[in-house]
Design a protein around this ligand. Structure first.
Ligand SMILES: CC(C)(COP(=O)(O)OP(=O)(O)OC[C@H]1O[C@@H](n2cnc3c(N)ncnc32)[C@H](O)[C@@H]1OP(=O)(O)O)[C@@H](O)C(=O)NCCC(=O)NCCS
Length: 262
C-alpha cells in the first residue's frame, strides 16, 4: 500500500522551496492511468480536463505494450499538469491554454521538452519519469531531472554497475539501516542527475559521484552529484533531493544557477 502521491509531493515541494528558493518548480506525481479505461474514483489527473494533442494521440498509438502505453500517457498528463501548475503559480498574468495546446515532445536523445511556443514557457526545462504504478513530471527554470523507481530486488545484484565504493559507505551510514532501500534512493538520485545534464552525452552511472548527504526536512535527503572528471564539465554540480514512500524511491535534481533554455 503506497502513501498517496499528493501528500508525498506536497512534502517534497515544501522542501524544494526551502532548498532552491531561486528556482521555481512545479512537480506532479500521479498513479498510472490507462488511456483506454474510464477514470477511477479519486483519480487526480482527470482525463478530459487534461488531454493529449492530436499529434500526441498519434504518438501514443505507436506503443503496443499496455504498460508502456499507460506510463507514457500518464507521464504526458503529469507534464501538462506541471506546466499548467507552473503557469498558475508563477505566471498568473498569462491565460492558461487548453491542455491540448501544451504539447510535449522528445529530442532525438529522448530528453523531453515543451514544444509549445507560449510566452513564459520558452525558458522552462521539463523532466518525466515512470515506474511501477506511478508517474511524475517536473518543470523548472533550472535544468532539472526527476526519477521514481519502485524497489527492485535485482538492484542489489547489479549495484557494482552504478554504486561506487565511496557511495556504498555513505549508504551504510544513512539512518534507517535498510541498505536495499537506500540503494534505490542512490539509483534515483543518479538517474535524476543524469536527466538534468543537458549538454553532450548523458553521463554514465559510475561517472557520477554522489556526496555530502544531509537531512533536508520532511524525510528528504539533500545530496549532490558531480562528474568524476571535473575537466569534462559535462555536469555542473547538481543538487538532488531524495525521499522514500511505500516501496518507492523518488529524486528531483536541479542544477542551481543554471537557467534552462529548453
Ligand atoms: C534515459 C533514462 C535516464 C531513462 O530512465 P528510466 O529509469 O529508464 O525511465 P524513467 O521512466 O525514469 O524515464 C523515462 C523518461 O526519461 C526521459 N528521457 C529519456 N531520455 C532522456 C535524456 N537523454 N535526458 C533526459 N530525459 C530523458 C523521457 O521523458 C522518458 O519518458 P518518455 O519516453 O515517456 O517521454 C535511462 O534509460 C538511461 O540512463 N538511458 C541511457 C541511454 C542513453 O544514454 N541514451 C542516449 C541516447 S542518444
Amino acid at each position: 500500500m503506497i502513501t498517496l502521491p499528493e501528500p508525498t509531493l506536497r512534502r517534497i515541494e515544501k522542501t524544494l522551496v526551502a532548498v532552491f528558493p531561486n528556482h521555481p518548480v512545479a512537480a506532479v506525481l500521479s498513479t498510472v492511468i490507462q488511456p483506454d479505461a474510464p477514470p477511477s474514483p479519486g483519480q487526480r489527473l482527470y482525463p478530459g480536463s487534461i488531454t493529449l494533442a492530436a499529434s500526441e494521440w498519434a504518438a501514443l498509438a505507436a506503443f503496443s505494450l499496455p504498460k508502456r502505453r499507460a506510463q507514457w500517457y500518464t507521464g504526458r498528463l503529469c507534464a501538462k499538469q506541471a506546466v499548467a501548475r507552473y503557469m498558475r503559480e508563477h505566471l498568473p498574468q498569462l491565460p492558461l491554454p487548453d491542455s491540448r495546446g501544451i504539447v510535449i515532445g522528445n529530442l532525438p536523445s529522448g530528453r523531453p521538452y515543451i514544444e509549445t511556443r507560449l510566452a513564459g514557457l520558452s525558458g522552462l526545462d521539463l523532466s518525466i519519469s515512470h515506474s511501477g504504478d506511478l508517474a511524475a513530471a517536473i518543470v523548472s527554470t533550472a535544468a532539472c531531472g526527476i526519477d521514481i523507481q519502485v524497489d527492485t530486488p535485482s538492484l542489489e545484484l547489479v549495484s557494482e554497475r552504478f554504486c561506487r565504493e565511496s557511495e556504498r559507505q555513505l549508504l551504510l551510514e544513512l539512518p534507517g539501516g535498510d541498505y536495499a532501500a537506500c540503494l534505490n534512493m542512490l539509483w534515483t538520485a543518479k538517474e535524476a542527475a543524469k536527466k538534468a545534464a543537458r549538454d553532450g552525452r548523458m553521463p554514465g552511472f559510475l561517472e557520477l559521484v554522489i556526496s555530502r548527504p544531509s537531512p533536508a526536512g520532511e524525510g528528504c535527503i539533500l545530496w549532490s552529484a558531480r562528474h568524476d572528471d571535473d575537466t569534462l564539465h559535462r555536469l555542473p554540480v547538481t543538487n538532488i533531493l531524495t525521499t522514500r514512500f511505500g516501496q518507492y524511491a523518488f529524486s528531483i535534481a536541479l542544477v542551481p544557477g543554471e537557467s534552462s533554455h529548453a
